[in-house]
Design a protein around this ligand. Structure first.
Ligand code: ANZ
Ligand code: ZN
Length: 789
């Protein structure tokens, strides 16, 4: 039969859809295995080859586990709310609701062609009221636990996206959505107290099997720092400055104190500060700068002394000046430091510029100029000094609370009501969802209010407590809240009275294998862990970590360059699917490089894979004609080759080393081709099962054509016999002109080239061959090697 991948794939896709082929029994599974990939944001441009890359890698894993006897639940959905979609809607002047629907419909059709195990009955759309009802419910649980709060703060603001952002959404001082430089704006916003979980988020990293670089990124983002809090009393005042230091051992060298420019004490001492005009001017200038700029070590230090007030160093008891400087951040530690110019390079630069005293307190690794602590090493001094001056040890984190309110339209309204009598009132759970009203002008206003604020029908409501007229919160929540719990919803899609069914959740979660991009290391992956911990502490689930195993996939590039819209080198999979079929594209994508490192898509590489698939097809055809199987002792090593192939592909699949697994399959296919005349059915069967996770359609077709009534996808993963694949070692005589002069140990089957190079390194042989020309090599595999000189 002629090979026509397009018809074959269509045939099987139809068949699978008709019988809902990949459905699993969620209530009574044999060996449940939850295989999840990060769900896509349905962009209007359609599925992108990078999505196909990630999904294929994940689906191969799911199919492999399925063949190993697991019941694999592999759902898919759409992260459909959020600024991305909304920004595109603004640009193209369409409403986000119809735009999202169109994008999802398109995505779904494209996704159906990649040959994945998706069970479409469990699809999620985060913009569906049946979904966001529970996102709002989640917010209410956090609120009731004191983990959601409203606070006025200097927040990161993107004037292009016209909204506040979370710290995690600011990369190198820029908005992660649009690359616009963010500014600070003082606004009242909703925060989730992720910092309460800093310690657990850090500690639990040791208990989960995740890509190690992602763990490191999280660890650094959480940024645990062990130090000391110590008060510097202000002269002629009952107040003091609380500083945070990791180097209390250097306190005798602290010759001045520095506050963040916006530290509350500046306001407090306004009357006593002589140069308050300069100070306020400096405060204004600081507002223009991002935290990133302020922390830049290469920037020249700036600052202003608070003239009129001084502090006392509690160790030396001497008076020291107080400064403000922008390199001290309000949000970290206590927002104030004891400066030690002799031992901190930032402080030294500052001291040099402003002529402040530098006092060395550590020399030759022990303390000096430190009174009775002289001669101690730093560790001992830290303890002793802390005791002496009653300093408190303190742990600080760089992690900030998660700012979740957005002054935008396309998201779930935050379910809060403001009442003049009752204050902040959560919407009663039975009133959820608070529906996002369908409004014409969805564009962000650029003020600190969402467009919902001008929709009177939405804003005006009655207080659930006192029944007087009240107003709704008009901000919506961040998309990352939508995606922080979707893995819990998937198996419970259709459950209407709860966000997730306790029994089903117990059966299926935590997720066994989660695959996705590294770029979400500190956003989605951190938030999802936090929300899972909260739900655990609320007694709603019995695990703290959502993803037992997480593997980050690499990035797909094209012709050596990053694939991006701005470069105009976006690859749409549609044309390739239509030309080669999904199987070839799946195998090609996975062959490009190690899955965890990514690959370089080049159109001309597809042909090689296409040829490989055709060779498999031809083998299948020849097997049909051969109609039977030769077995017996003289199998020309086929049984051993078969076991070796199983061993190699199995091991590679366990480790997601898809590219080397494919090489193994290619070699196996070639070996079978070389032995066409004596092929046994089991050889072809083995090849088809091993290849099935990669190329699900063609293997199914060949399975049928080779006389099987069942499905290749319902077979058991073949096992290999350790003894069979062990190499036998041969002790091979090495001759010079026919006389044995040495022996070498080589694995059975070693070829001439290898045997000869090994033989020529033997001392006894070198004695004979040195300075001589080797005229001829006689080699008999597994028997002998003879050099004629
Ligand atoms: C005295 C000292 C002496 C310090 C020395 C360092 C070296 P990490 O590791 O990041 O926690 N610091 C404290 N709060 C700060 C703030 N809000 N903005 C900028 N810098 C701040 O760093 C802690 C150290 O960073 C603290 O220890 C403090 O400087 C500074 F030889 O205090 B140290
Ligand atoms: Zn932006």
């Amino acid at each position: 039969m002629q090979f026509n991948p397009i018809t074959i794939e269509e045939k099987w896709r139809k068949e699978w859809a008709k019988t809902n082929r990949w459905k699993v029994d969620l209530h009574n599974p044999r060996k449940p295995y939850y295989n999840l990939m990060m769900f896509p944001y349905p962009s209007a441009e359609g599925l992108h080859i990078g999505n196909v890359y990630a999904f294929t890698g994940s689906d191969i894993h799911g199919r492999f586990r399925r063949l190993q006897g697991n019941q694999v639940f592999e759902p898919i959905g759409f992260d459909a709310f959020g600024i991305n979609t909304e920004n595109f809607a603004i640009k193209s002047n369409v409403h986000p609701a119809p735009l999202t629907k169109k994008s999802i419909d398109n995505f779904r059709e494209q996704l159906k062609k990649i040959g994945a195990l998706f069970d479409w009955d469990f699809e999620i759309q985060t913009n569906d009221p049946m979904y966001y009802k529970w996102t709002q419910w989640l917010f209410l649980q956090l609120y009731k636990k004191g983990l959601a709060y409203r606070k006025k703060a200097d927040v990161d603001w993107c004037s292009n996206c016209k909204t506040a952002l979370a710290a995690e959404q600011v990369t190198a001082g820029k908005c992660e959505r649009c690359d616009n430089a963010v500014v600070k704006k003082e606004l009242e916003q909703w925060f989730l107290k992720i910092t309460d979980y800093a310690e657990k988020l850090l500690k639990n990293l040791d208990t989960i099997d995740w890509s190690s670089d992602v763990k490191t990124v999280q660890k650094n983002w959480i940024g645990r720092s062990e130090g000391t809090e110590i008060e510097f009393p202000i002269v002629n005042s009952s107040l003091s400055i609380r500083t945070f230091t990791t180097r209390i051992d250097t306190i005798f060298g602290s010759t001045y104190v520095v506050l963040a420019p916006d530290h509350v004490l500046v306001e407090e001492f306004k009357e006593r500060i002589i140069n308050i005009d300069d100070v306020e001017k400096y405060q204004e200038e600081t507002k223009e700068k991002t935290d990133l700029e302020r922390s830049d070590l290469t920037r020249e230090k700036t600052g202003v002394e608070l003239r009129g007030i001084r502090a006392i160093n509690p160790a030396t008891k001497s008076e020291v000046p107080i400064w403000i400087a922008d390199y001290i951040l309000k949000g970290y530690g206590t927002g104030a430091i004891m400066a030690v110019p002799a031992h901190d390079s930032r402080d030294l630069e500052f001291a040099k510029k402003f002529g402040l005293p530098v006092r060395e307190v550590i020399a030759n690794e022990t303390l000096c100029n430190s009174g009775k602590f002289n001669g101690m090493d730093s560790e001992e001094a830290k303890k002793k000094i802390s005791e002496e001056i009653r300093a408190q040890s303190s742990v600080k984190y760089h992690l900030r609370d998660w700012l979740i309110s957005r002054q935008r339209y396309w998201g779930p309204p935050i379910p809060i009501i403001y009442c003049d009598n009752c204050g902040i009132v959560p919407v009663p759970e039975e009133d959820l969802p608070v529906l996002l009203p369908d409004i014409e002008d969805f564009r962000p206003t650029g003020t600190d209010k969402s467009p919902l604020a001008s929709v009177e029908k939405f804003v005006n409501t009655t207080c659930p407590v006192c029944k007087s007229s009240a107003k709704r919160e008009t901000d919506v929540s961040d998309t990352f809240l939508d995606s922080s719990w979707y893995f819990l919803r998937h198996p419970s899609v259709g459950v209407s009275e709860k966000p997730f069914d306790p029994e089903i959740t117990k059966t299926w979660l935590p997720v066994n294998m989660y695959i996705g991009g590294k770029e979400h290391s500190v956003r989605h992956l951190l938030y999802a862990r936090f929300i899972t911990m909260v739900l655990h502490d609320l007694g709603l689930i019995d695990f703290e970590e959502p993803f037992s195993v997480f593997r980050a996939h690499g990035l797909l590039i094209r012709n050596g360059a990053k694939i991006s819209k701005s470069r105009g080198n976006i690859v749409s999979p549609d044309g390739y699917f239509a030309a080669y079929g999904a199987d070839t594209i799946r195998v090609y994508l996975m062959f490009l490089g190690p899955f965890n490192q990514g690959g370089d898509w080049r159109d001309n590489g597809i042909l090689g894979i296409s040829r490989f698939i055709k060779r498999v097809w031809a083998l299948g055809q020849s097997q049909k004609d051969a109609s039977g199987s030769v077995s017996g002792k003289n199998d020309n090593g086929l049984e051993k080759i078969r076991h070796k192939a199983i061993a190699r592909v199995t091991e590679d699949l366990e480790k997601l080393r898809y590219n080397t697994a494919i090489s193994g399959l290619m070699e196996y296919t070639n070996s079978l081709g070389d032995n066409k005349e004596i092929l046994r059915l089991v050889d072809i069967e083995t090849l088809l099962v091993l290849l099935a996770p990669f190329a699900p359609h063609i293997t199914e077709e060949l399975w049928e054509q080779t006389g099987h009534k069942d499905s290749v996808h319902d077979q058991s993963w073949p096992v290999f016999d350790e003894a069979l694949i062990k190499e036998k070692t041969i002790t091979m005589p090495v001759q010079i002109n026919g006389k044995v002069r040495a022996t070498i140990n080589v694995p059975s089957g070693t070829k001439e080239g290898e045997a000869s190079s090994l033989a020529l390194t033997q001392e006894q042989i070198q004695k004979w061959t040195e300075g001589k020309e080797i005229k001829k090599v006689v080699f008999v595999e597994d028997k002998l090697i003879n050099f004629v000189i």
